[in-house]
Ligand binder design. Structure first.
Ligand SMILES: CC(=O)SCCNC(=O)CCNC(=O)[C@H](O)C(C)(C)COP(=O)(O)OP(=O)(O)OC[C@H]1O[C@@H](n2cnc3c(N)ncnc32)[C@H](O)[C@@H]1OP(=O)(O)O
Length: 212
């Protein structure tokens, strides 16, 4: 299957007279190797380790990394890749099922519209129309402390962010998602995805049908 990677970039003037922010991607591992990670990008791993992960993902055939960059510093990123083999989403080895794995902005760069711009750039030029893109929202990944938002307001923010590229809330019986009502699954079916893949994904979403 073709994983279309078409590089795009745009610039955003940060608040004040700071350097402009470049939103770009999909970026190559070689480009990422020339950059450093902002010290606040620690929601998922230590910044240095997360940069290593980004470099690895960028080198995968299906991997896709979009970044926000101030000069040589990555201030935000979003990742796309095949689901982790230990998770239910990888069952069936679907070649056209891609996970939006993580999105993160450094504290001082939040609320500027950069998260939304990164996601929109990833979907530009119909690059992801031949895949089902999904993301799992678990409240324990959210930065409730720094934002001061409650779980439901945070969930609203995440839904708004994902809906900006037509990702929609989707039902599932996945136990981890069902373990808290604020958790959710969001999905976007590209317009060139065959019905057989949609049906296969339906079976992955619901595995305990005998309960209904
Ligand atoms: C799949 C996963 O990765 S789940 C984990 C998600 N990541 C995290 O929680 C890490 C910590 N959080 C972050 O890094 C950031 O807050 C992000 C990535 C979630 C959002 O990035 P940002 O660049 O701040 O988002 P952006 O500015 O594009 O805003 C998107 C929408 O959310 C709204 N929003 C952003 N911050 C807030 C806030 N603190 N309170 C209320 N709404 C907010 C915006 O108004 C915007 O809505 P609009 O289009 O109606 O204006």
């Amino acid at each position: 299957m073709e994983h279309r990677k078409i590089y795009h970039s745009l610039t955003v003037q940060a608040a004040g007279d700071g350097p402009e922010i470049v939103v770009e991607g999909p970026v190559t591992p070689e480009h990422l190797q020339t950059l450093e990670m902002h010290k606040d990008l620690d929601s998922f791993r230590r910044p240095k380790d997360q940069l290593e992960a980004l470099i690895e993902i960028a080198g995968l055939p299906e991997g896709r990394i979009i970044i926000s960059r101030s000069m040589n510093t990555i201030v935000g990123y979003v990742t796309f890749h095949y689901p982790d083999p230990i998770e239910r989403w990888s069952e069936g080895n679907m070649i056209d099922l891609i996970e939006l794995g993580a999105i993160e902005m450094a504290d001082d760069y939040r609320g500027l519209g950069l998260g939304k711009k990164m996601i929109q750039l990833a979907f530009s030029d119909e690059q992801l129309e031949n895949v089902i893109t999904f993301t799992t929202e678990y409240y324990w990944h959210w930065d409730l402390d720094k934002t001061g938002l409650g779980v439901w307001d945070y969930r609203k923010m995440m839904e708004k962010l994902m809906k900006s590229v037509d990702m929609e809330w989707c039902a599932t019986d996945d136990p981890e998602i069902c373990s808290h009502p604020a958790n959710c699954l969001m999905v976007r079916v590209g317009k060139h995805v065959p019905l057989t893949s949609v049906e296969q994904f339906d079976h992955i979403r619901f595995q305990r049908r005998f309960m209904y």
